[in-house]
Design a protein around this ligand. Structure first.
Ligand code: PRX
Length: 636
């Protein structure tokens, strides 16, 4: 019998050992007993990190939506699958049962087909957190189209880059979106983006805010009338285990975002299995992850993982401070939420508001609390534990990445003793290794190192869309035969892992991954800018905030620096989105560079953190004189 549901620590160790000694036997048992296959696999695992090539359950045939929806229809057709909580609480929640979800996904899938979408076609989804977002994702999977969800906070330019990279044939969007008291003109952003997207043949528009939008004839259509006419059943396309399920973009060290490609069977098995164990989901539980489906957390732990387990998953359209800072707790109370999964940045923002909002609400249904996206500081961890969990709900600090598809290092609640700021132990099947600077594994405990994984797990991304070489260079070249995560970690005396942060040019702001290169590229478009360098510094709420050092052209006229600051943030908002705006902008005469012309970010990082001890030997720089000037101009 397989160990689908782990309940205590000894069982964790026992199952973990089995999953490492005999990965193929282990994953085969899980796959066989808990999923619906149209045909079983020929081989459980085939892999070679040097190519890199990874195949799980090769030869198997399935459709992930039959696992997420159809197979629950016999046993729990009327159970709520998606519980939608709108931005405005007065609008009232919507309960979508498994039966209704089936019908809505099938209708949507038939609309996609009627628009000529076929297996393998890419469909871009640019929607707010409304039911149609989850439904369109599942509708694509139903017919074998590859979805590429773009977070609806991204700008027209960022959207266009992603649409063009994947050559999407269709775009699904809405007239607009609600965000607290604001409305956002999504369709306007889409229209601007599509001016440079030749591949998009049709646009389906969900009506959400009932705004007056421009509909381009021959291209744009309202979704609802099409759904009304569509048939309510749709045969699921039979997919190969390794057929791509979706593309999801993440930032990298260079300007172009990386379209991570996730495939079908392994992703399904791993997200379902991690969901069950890491949230200890039980039949009648209501589970809520506050992420957006535009990020991997939403893909794996709002849509696929929960639905595969027949769970009730909450989708929240709004923001934590609307109508007030008690909104999260109001939702927990109203829907009797049992598992609550959020990000450290949200915890810190709520902690700042004090506990009176919490005290007004009954949070007694909560059993498990989760956090993801960035390291959680000790103070935030304790605030969450004391005030939200009342010290009785274990906190699962889950470390993972867009690239890993599912949670990699995390406690199993009620089994693994938690420790503030530690993601604790590797999940079943995960073999982490810490590497030293010389590229050697460090065996001892109480050490720091670069975090690598030495054996494939079922939901590892298989490639970067259109650029397999970049996939190899980014993840499999730093250390031989290892997947390199880009993170550093500390392993304590009992083998618990604490993630200490990125070691590349990616900065995590409010849980969002931002590459420095695309932001610098955007800034450099300002006509008065010569060059720029962005670094992160510690911020109370956001975890990290962005500090920009910018060298301006001497144009003879003195420009108002505050205006230039505003213009620069405006360009960043247009090119990437408001999440990438700089908190501090310091104008400099030059940037410190090595003799080969490389910007010394290490020095800039220290100055931005107001720590100018140990700057190292700056005399070997090309331009040592700028360092002193930059220190003097430091912005508090
Ligand atoms: O640096 C790690 C950090 O977020 C990165 C991955 O970001 P992304 O692909 O956007 O996925 C975020 C959601 C899975 C990681 O390389 N990170 C994520 N979770 C944690 C974390 N850092 C510390 N602790 C975590 N629990």
């Amino acid at each position: 019998m397989s160990h689908y549901h782990i309940k205590h620590l000894e069982e964790y160790y026992q199952v973990y050992r089995k999953s490492i000694r005999n990965p193929e036997i282990f994953w085969e048992e899980i796959a066989e007993e808990h999923f619906m296959w149209r045909k079983k696999w020929d081989k459980v695992l085939d892999w070679d990190f040097s190519k890199p090539e990874i195949k799980w359950f090769d030869g198997a045939k399935l459709n992930i939506t039959e696992n997420c929806i159809d197979r629950h229809l016999n046993t729990q057709a009327d159970k709520t699958a998606i519980l939608f909580e709108p931005n405005n609480p007065d609008e009232g929640a919507e309960h979508i049962s498994y039966k209704q979800l089936h019908e809505r996904v099938c209708r949507f899938a038939n609309v996609l087909k009627s628009k000529g979408i076929q297996k393998g076609d890419r469909v871009c989804i640019y929607l707010p957190m409304i039911p149609e977002l989850a439904i369109s994702v599942l509708a694509c999977a139903r017919i074998g189209a590859i979805h590429s969800v773009v977070f609806a906070g991204f700008s027209a330019n960022a959207l266009a880059t992603r649409i063009n990279d994947a050559e999407c044939k269709m775009l699904i969007t809405s007239d607009g979106s609600y965000r607290g008291q604001k409305t956002i003109d999504l369709k306007g952003i889409v229209d601007e983006a599509l001016e440079s997207c030749a591949s998009v043949e049709s646009v389906l528009v969900v009506q959400r805010i009932k705004s007056d939008v421009n509909m381009k004839s021959g291209r744009d259509e309202w979704l609802q009338p099409l759904l009304d006419q569509a048939d309510k059943t749709c045969e699921a396309e039979i997919m190969d285990a390794e057929d791509p399920l979706f593309i999801l973009y993440t930032s990298g060290s260079t300007g172009k975002p990386k379209g991570m490609v996730h495939t079908t069977a392994g992703y399904m098995v791993y997200t379902a299995y991690t969901f069950k164990n890491i949230f200890q989901y039980k039949d009648k539980d209501v589970y809520w992850c506050t992420a957006d489906i535009g990020w991997i957390t939403g893909h794996s732990y709002i849509v696929y993982g929960p639905l595969c387990n027949g769970a009730t998953t909450v989708m929240f359209e709004g923001v934590p401070n609307y109508p007030d800072f008690g909104r999260f707790w109001d939702i927990v109370e109203k829907h009797k939420v049992n598992q609550f999964y959020t990000a450290p940045t949200a915890i810190r923002a709520l902690a700042k508001e004090g506990i009176e909002h919490i005290e007004k609400h009954d949070l007694s249904t909560l059993k498990v609390l989760g956090t993801v996206g960035e390291p959680i500081n000790e103070e935030a961890w304790h605030w969450y534990d004391d005030n939200v969990g009342k010290r009785k709900s274990p906190i699962v600090d889950t470390w993972w990445q867009t690239e890993t598809g599912g949670i990699m290092i995390s406690p199993i609640p009620f089994a693994t003793p938690t420790k503030p700021t530690y993601a604790t132990l590797p999940f079943i099947g995960i073999q982490p290794v810490l590497m030293d600077e010389d590229g050697k594994p460090v065996k001892a405990n109480q050490v720091d190192g670069r975090l690598c994984i030495k054996f494939p797990w079922p939901s590892i991304a298989r490639s970067i869309w259109g650029d397999h070489q970049r996939y190899k260079n980014t993840y499999f070249s730093a250390f031989k035969n290892m997947y390199f995560t880009g993170d550093a970690a500390f392993r304590d005396e009992v083998g618990y892992y604490r993630i200490t942060g990125r070691v590349d040019d990616v900065i995590i702001v409010s849980g969002h991954n931002l590459g420095t290169a695309p932001i610098e590229d955007a800034i450099n478009e300002h006509p008065a800018v010569v060059e720029s360098a962005i670094v992160g510094y510690t911020h109370d709420v956001k975890g990290n905030a962005l500090y920009g050092y910018i060298t301006m052209k001497d144009t003879g006229e003195s420009r108002n620096q505050d205006n230039v600051r505003q213009e620069i943030n405006q360009i960043i908002t247009e090119q990437i989105g408001p999440i990438a705006k700089l908190d501090k902008i310091q104008f400099t005469k030059g940037l410190p560079k090595t003799r080969s012309g490389k910007i010394m970010r290490r020095i800039l990082r220290k100055i931005a953190s107001n720590d100018t001890s140990n700057l190292g030997d700056t005399s070997t720089l090309l331009n040592p004189e700028v360092v002193e000037e930059i220190i003097k101009g430091y912005l508090k």
